[in-house]
Design a protein around this ligand. Structure first.
Ligand SMILES: [Cu+2]
Length: 151
């Protein structure tokens, strides 16, 4: 190995060490542990309705319905972080993922297929926006809950 090659490899190692230090210093978000999927099937609901995960885990919402839906955090009762979530899950595969970093509950709903009453609990949207079944009922509000527990 020539002296030039030795010196060059020292530079490369030094650059790699600096890059590693910078990446560590920026605290790149750790990838989630287990990821649990909540699916919107071909109807206006989240399945499963309720899940329990551990701190550090992720949840992925996937819309397999042929209509758009939304994921909105119910922040009156949300103690698990991620306040202000309000995203559209596009039809036929739209998805969104959150990683939960501390314990709490994360209640959520679809603002297209439920609305909040005066104490911020999801209720069926009614004739102004609900999906009416053959019996004239407007169904259950489209909502669910993630519970995040410490190990
Ligand atoms: Cu919906």
């Amino acid at each position: 190995m020539s002296r030039f090659r030795v010196r060059w490899s020292v530079y490369v190692l030094a650059l790699a060490a600096i890059a590693g230090f910078v990446a560590h210093g920026r605290r790149l978000p750790a990838s989630p542990g287990n990821v649990t999927q909540i699916t919107i099937p071909d109807e206006d609901r989240f399945v499963p309705y309720a899940i329990t995960i551990h701190v550090g885990d992720g949840v992925r919402w996937v819309n397999t319905d042929s209509d758009d839906h939304t994921l909105v955090s119910n922040d009156r009762y949300n103690t698990a972080g991620h306040h202000g979530i309000n995203v559209v899950l596009k039809a036929n595969g739209g998805s969104f993922m959150l990683k939960f970093d501390h314990a709490g509950v994360f209640p959520f709903y679809c603002r297209f297929h439920s609305m909040l009453d005066k104490v911020q609990q999801p209720i069926a949207p009614g004739p102004e926006g609900g999906i009416q079944d053959a019996n004239g009922n407007f169904g259950t509000p489209m909502n669910g809950v993630v519970t995040v527990v410490d190990d």
